[in-house]
Design a binder for this molecule. Structure first.
Ligand code: ZN
Length: 198
């Protein structure tokens, strides 16, 4: 599947918005992601995860025991990968700010784990998952996957990282934002994510 076709699906689902946006960081951008929207339509989730799985080398795929993903963003993609690969799937979540395994989920020492996330920007949540399962559960981490890589520089996870598509978003300080200088064309910056839980 070509990058244009993937972007087309993201736009059709409303997961990728183009315009003039104010990010939660205060920066302005020409693109905005609400990746959860892709999974409103299971057929899109299925197709994109099929394509993502093609990016994972066979030797890694064959070794996977369990897919682990951070809630909320990684939960559905983790499940869909597990469904397609017929592997076990669990998720981590924060309790009092600390990433943890709840709900009776467990990992065995030496278990081969693939970590899944929907979109990776800085990779902060994934790094917390790695710290947790490596240090507390002593699993073997095979790699990290995400549908979208929107990092300017690939994060260093100290393991392999595979993604379906790299999407760069330009970000600007408000006072330097070219779209703010042409409000007639772009309109004022909007905050579509003000109610988005991520
Ligand atoms: Zn602006």
């Amino acid at each position: 599947m070509r990058d244009e076709e993937i972007l087309d699906i993201l736009k059709k689902a409303g997961a990728l918005l183009e315009g003039h946006f104010q990010l939660s960081s205060g920066l302005h951008s020409n693109r905005y992601f609400q990746m959860a929207k892709v999974f409103q339509y299971p057929e899109y989730g299925k197709i994109l995860v099929e394509e993502l799985i093609k990016k994972i080398p066979e030797d890694i795929k064959n070794k996977i025991d369990t897919i682990v993903s951070p809630a909320m963003g990684g939960v559905i993609i983790g499940y869909e990968i597990s469904r397609q690969l017929k592997k076990r799937n669990i998720f981590t979540e924060r309790e009092n700010g600390k990433m943890t395994l709840r709900r009776g989920f467990n990992l065995k020492e030496g278990e081969n784990v693939l970590i899944a996330e929907d979109v990776i920007t800085t990779g902060g949540s994934v790094k917390e998952v790695i710290d947790l399962i490596k240090n507390e559960y002593k699993v073997n981490i095979l790699g990290v996957v995400s549908l979208v890589n929107r990092a300017n520089e690939d994060p260093n996870f100290d393991t392999k990282y595979f993604y379906l598509i790299k999407v760069n978003a330009k970000t600007y300080k408000p006072e330097e934002c070219p779209m703010c200088k042409d409000l007639k064309k772009y309109g004022p910056a909007i905050k579509p994510g003000s109610r988005y839980l991520k």
